[in-house]
Structures are given as C-alpha cells and as structure tokens.
Design a protein. Sequence first.
Length: 514
Amino acid sequence: WDVTNTDFYRPTYHFTPAYGWMNDPNGMIYKDGEYHLYFQYNPYGSKWGNMHWGHAISKDLFHWKQLDPAIARDTLGHIFSGSSVVDRYNTAGYGKNAIVAFYTSASEKNGQIQCMAWSTDNGRTFTKYSGNPVLTPFDGLKDFRDPKVFWYAPMKKWYMIVSADKEMRFYSSSNLREWTYVSAFGKGYGQQPNQFECPDFFELPVDGNANHRKWVMIVNINPGCLFGGSATEYFVGDFDGKTFKCDTDPKVVKWLDFGKDHYACVTMGNTPGRVVALPWMSNWQYANVTPIKQYRGANALPRELKLYTRNGQIYLSADVVKEADALRKESVSIDNIKADKKGTVRQLPDNYGYAYELDFDVTPGMSAETGVTLCNDKGEEVKIYFDMKKNRVVMDRTKSGLTDFGKLAKPHEIEANYDVHQFKDKNTKFRMLNSVNYQNDFALGTWAPLSLCEGKTYTVRLMIDKCSVEMFIDGGRIPMTNLVFPTAPYNKLKFRSADGKGSFKNVKAYRLAL
Ligand code: FRU
C-alpha cells in the first residue's frame, strides 16, 4: 500500500502500517525467501478495535511492503494474536508446505477460542477452517489466547502453547486440528501478572554450544511491569514433550527488554539457524493516545535472541539483527573523549536528522552519572548514563519532547486501557478507562542492572529513529526500547562524567536510511 504520509512522527526504518492501528506482531513466518509479518490490525481507525491480521512482506526485515489484511474479523469475533507454521509434511492435508495459521477468536458471546486458517498462496490469503474453533478452554477461562504452534521433532508432533490466565497450557496434535491437553506451566512464576499474554517457546544453544541446549518460554505481561504497564519476561528450562521445567526459582524475573515500549514480543517461525524476535514498540498505558493520527503503532527493531551464562544463570541476549548494518549510510568518527561534569559536546551533521546510530565503548569510572545526552536546539534531551553507585544503566526521557500528549486526548476519545482488561465486544467503548497519569507514565527513566554484563567497559549501540531510542549494550545483554517525541532532531551529543573519570572510545555515528 502506498499512502501519503501525514504524520510527523512516522519512523523512517521501523515498520508502521500505511494507515490504521497496529499492535502485536503475530503469525510471523519465513518462507521461500520472504519474511511474513502479520499483525493485530484495525483497518478502520487508528485506535484499537475491529481486529484483523494485517500483513506485510520483506526480504530483509527492513524494507516492508504492506499487503491486504490476511485474516479478517468475522462472526466469531476479533482475530486476536497467534502464530503460523509451514506444514512441511502435509500433516493437516492442505498440501505440502501450506502455511497454517492459528489465532484467537475473541468476542463477548463466545469468549476466547483458538481457530485455524491455511494458505496455499504463500501467505497472501487464508481459508478459515470450517470446523473452527479447534480449541476451547476446558474450564471456561475468560483469558485464553495467543496460540503459538511449533513442531517438536522428538515426538514427531505439533505442540501449541496458549496463555491461560496465570499459566501457559501445552497441547499436542498430529494433524493441527485435534488438540490434546498436555500440561501447564507458570502459576507462581516470575513477575505475576494480571494474566499472561502472547507466549512463545523455542530451543536455543547455550553460549553457542550446540550440545547444550535449553528451551525458552517468552511471555508478555500487562500490567504490572518494572516501569508500569506492559513488558516481556522469559523463563529458561527443559522440555521433554510432557512438561516444561524452569531452571530457576519461581521468584526469579528475567526481562527481555528494560524499556517501556517493548511488548507482545514473539519470534519469526522457520528461520534457519537463528531465532528472530519482533516486539511491538508501545505500552498499553498510552498506546492509544500517542501523538499520531493517520496510523498508530510501530514495531521495534527485529532482534536475534541468544542464550548466555552469567553468574550461574542463563539469560537471553537480544541484539539488533545483522541486516540493520545495511541501514548505515555516511559515518563520522568522533575523537576519544575523556569527559567531565560539564560535558563535551559534539554536533552531528545536519543531514543526520532524526535517524541515526551512535556507537561507543564507555569506561564509566565510579560516579552516579557517566554517559551521553542526546540534545536538540529546543532544549529537549534523552539522558543515557551509567550509574556506578547503583550499578545500573539508565535512559531518562523525562525531557525528551512531547510527554503529556495523553492530556490532549479528551477522556471519551480514549477507548482502550488494558489495565482494566475487559473485552466488551462493541466497536466503541469496549474498554473502560481508569485514571492514568500520562505525565508520570510516559515521562520516565528506565534502567537495567549492569550485573548482566562483564568487565568495566561497555559497548553501546544506540539506534535513533523519528520517535524512538533503542539501546543495545554488549551485544544485546541489555536491550532497552523507549518511545520519545522530540520536536526537533537530537543533533548534539553531550558526553559527561560526574567524577571526571569516564572515558569514551570508538565513538562513531552513522546516518541511517532504508
Ligand atoms: C496483547 C494482546 C493479546 C491479544 C491482542 C488483542 O497486546 O492483548 O493478548 O491477542 O493484544 O489485540
């Protein structure tokens, strides 16, 4: 689709729909050289509602072409999130290599039930299975959604993992239509949410060792996260086709990103040799009222997930995929900087505008503030600093630009607020607003523990686009994703160190463009 952009804040190298509302990426699959992105989509407005599966394709995860919605809302309800698989062995009988998609139909009348559809034209169009639903909750659960289906080779069977209120349920099937309950995991584990959403489940080598593999369960939770609203956590453990056993104490919480705008993160199916995750770049606290009109919702950058060991625990790193290197245009190398309290300012070339990358290695010293502040001519800034007193890295967007946009929306215009979690199947007023203080919810510093990293020097990669700053430290051991709404480009970099001991090396900035 080609629509003239009328929005100031449309990102340049992040996927956004041409118009309409987008939330979760779902059903992503790689097949025959094409990445398919499906997503929660409202083609009729730029707020949540009328859920369809929107569709876009790409050969490199960055140049996306939006196609017609692939699965439209029907009499069973909204088409909620889910996943898809390539049926390599024709287990379902729709043909070898058919794409089979699973989604939740959601309505007040029928509740949340799992449905199936298949495509034999490379994911362009889907036929809904006439026997839908293929799975309903055995105990009438209200929150039962977002099916993730995967092939489990040792049992030669399909498995489905579904978020079921405060746990995840596993089911298995040999033909993708009939599903048998296997087990459940999650009660009492991790950050306990209102409910779990959008689970994912896959296997990865630990520290790159093919003989030491672990299963990872990603779950998205809302509300109740570290910085308020929605975020993504994960569990690492073993799976034997029957149960998932988590390695850690139930109380251990592992976050997949330490910003406020990383949610509904799930992985792309069928990507040989790597696991690629795609997050939605927003937070249910304010997703419906961001200062955007023609469309709403962007994805954060695609990330490659890997497992690494640190202090006897296994963690996921999430580093921007290697395809992002192709966004780099001109570059400027900046001299090594020994920073002090006052700061050293470097100006970026004018044509860098809103989209650039900033890389550096920082040795922070011992103070509470060593880092770089991205500043513009309007006095707006994003402060990124290492607080060695608290052993944290912080991104502070308190003065990043527009932060009180929520107040601009009249209360009756704000239709959705997931903090109350009601699904009323009306196109208007389907969720009630409880009071949200946008100033506090949006303008906020987020932080991550530096204990995830090793050594005293940190490698920082910042990816800045029109309305976002994504930080990846030490190859994605610390990923941090935050929206910002500056009114002019952050064209100045201010390197600072409160005790005068911090130093910056290998400082390089690239203009980024598709
Ligand atoms: C997560 C989510 C999913 C649901 C979808 C509805 O953001 O709440 O659980 O399927 O959004 O759009």
